[in-house]
Design a protein around this ligand. Structure first.
Ligand SMILES: [Zn+2]
Length: 149
């Protein structure tokens, strides 16, 4: 996606909106910082394959919401959360595939949160990895603490 102002090849997605027939993205050029809009046909939309094999269209806001909940009341700037979600979204669409497993997204979020904030990481892991039992949670905490030593 070349910047229409300066021709730079790298842009960052700052907003995504899906309508019935297309997906509208606001992008910011990484060179001149000007913003522009692109439209994609809905047929190019990415489907997320859930664990029970159901498919649903990728929903940026849903992903953002999940990360925000994990980061609630932590010293993490909204800009960092936006950046994480933007990076994941860019990556998913760069794969050029019609479908991506939800586990792939979950693992990406975990990787990013691990760098950002250990507690947000644990929170997301509890929900996402279903670390419901105390032993599994304890193992994960011990492992995390060893890594941060
Ligand atoms: Zn530009």
């Amino acid at each position: 996606m070349l910047c229409p102002y300066c021709g730079h090849p790298d842009s960052r997605v700052v907003d995504t909106r899906a309508t019935a027939e297309s997906i509208r993205r606001r992008r910011e050029c990484q060179a001149c910082r000007k913003r522009f809009t692109t439209y994609e046909q809905i047929s190019e939309a990415l489907l997320i394959v859930k664990r029970d094999s159901r498919r649903e269209p990728f929903d940026r806001n849903k992903l953002l919401q999940g990360v925000r909940i994990a980061c609630a009341k932590r010293p993490i700037a909204m800009a960092d959360i936006e950046r994480v979600v933007g990076q994941i979204e860019e990556y998913l669409f760069s794969l050029g595939r019609a479908e991506v497993k939800s586990d792939v997204i979950g693992q990406m979020v975990l990787e990013k949160l691990k760098e950002l904030d250990p507690l947000a990481y644990i929170r997301f892991a509890i929900v996402y990895m279903e670390l419901a039992d105390v032993e599994a949670l304890q193992r994960e905490l011990v492992r995390l603490m060893a890594e941060h030593r």
